[in-house]
Ligand binder design. Structure first.
Ligand SMILES: [Zn+2]
Length: 334
């Protein structure tokens, strides 16, 4: 078959298992500069299935680095156009696409992946995909870039530090750009969605995309050492730094307490739902959480003693920054 010759050179690599790769699938979130490169590598290498999620359309300013796209593609869907180009590169790969926001893609899509690769340029987006990867217990490879600087991270749920565990992002303001230079771009959180354009060049997206694709292949093929677990790359000085991040027991996404669903909160019966919500926002860095008990949303102005009919309740905290709700055990003090 065609594949035998197509993949013959990589099969010379000790430990390379083409059949294993052929039986694996990757979900790629974001097919911009880094994502284009990751997709090209995975499809050329013979990944069994690739699912691409991106709701964006192609702009002229993308063409300097988003190497899957041509001049004639301006205005078209990134995910759909990427699939067409990738099929030209390797027609035997199963590739599908979702021209929608990752939050609107069914959880079953993420569940079916062997590895999730996320090439996102917002902190909120990274946070969301991290919680989804933890939820479906799939390895997550993430990366980003800023001018000649880049980073890549590998997260193995419940095994390595996740995005929320790491001390590199102490708060939203430091990390808005998802780059080591968040501080320079300090802004109000509300403005995150309207990011000014980031400086970007194809050399960096190829390097970071190459590292990310390589980590994804290594995870699938169980080859070598996985990245432990955060890599900074400085292209101007050819410097690479690897940081081993610590997994946090208190992490709201993957921590032990969360896993055991035993996050205990104590509140006064005379506190309002709004006051409790404010505390949760500060504790977990949430946007505007809704609190739900037994399937019912709590009225924000209500007193806790009226809203809850028992001294101890399981409260679900839903927020757009979370792919799954946080469960807390709320104890009303005497
Ligand atoms: Zn964590």
């Amino acid at each position: 078959m065609d594949g035998d010759e197509r993949y013959s050179r990589q099969q010379l690599i000790p430990g390379w298992d083409q059949l294993k790769l052929d039986n694996s699938s990757v979900v790629l979130v974001g097919v911009g500069a880094i994502g284009s490169y990751v997709a090209t590598v995975l499809v050329s290498s013979g990944i069994g299935k690739l699912s691409i999620i991106d709701f964006d359309t192609i702009e002229v300013s993308n063409l300097n680095r988003q190497l899957l796209f041509k001049d004639e593609d301006v205005g078209k869907s990134k995910s759909e156009t990427a699939v067409q180009r990738l099929k030209e590169i390797n027609p035997i790969i199963e590739i599908d696409f979702y021209h929608k926001k990752m939050e609107d893609v069914s959880v079953t899509v993420y569940e079916q992946a062997n590895v999730i690769v996320a090439c996102l340029d917002t902190f909120i987006g990274r946070r969301w995909i991290n919680s989804m990867a933890i939820r479906v217990k799939k390895p997550l490879v993430m990366g980003g870039m800023f001018a000649f600087l880049g980073n890549a991270q590998v997260i193995i749920p419940y095994e390595t530090a996740c995005f929320e565990c790491q001390p590199l992002v102490p708060d939203e303001e430091l990390a808005q750009a998802c780059t080591p230079f968040g501080k320079e771009r300090k802004k109000e959180r509300k403005e995150i969605d309207a990011e000014p354009p980031l400086p970007a060049v194809a050399t960096l997206s190829s390097i970071i995309g190459g590292i990310m694709a390589q980590e994804a292949l290594k995870l699938i093929l169980e080859l070598g050492d996985k990245l432990e677990n955060y890599l900074f790359y400085d292209g101007l000085h050819n410097a690479t730094t690897i940081l081993e991040l610590r997994k946090s027991k208190e992490c709201p996404t993957c921590g032990e307490m969360y896993k055991l669903e035993q996050i205990e909160f104590v509140a006064l019966p005379t506190e309002t739902v709004k006051e409790l919500r404010m505390r949760l926002m500060l504790t977990y860095g949430l946007e505007k959480p809704d609190l739900m008990v037994r399937g019912k949303l709590l009225e924000v102005e209500a007193l806790l003693e009226d809203a809850l009919n028992s001294k101890k309740s399981v409260v679900f905290v839903l927020d757009k920054n979370l792919a799954q709700p946080i469960k807390i055990v709320l104890q009303l003090s005497e």
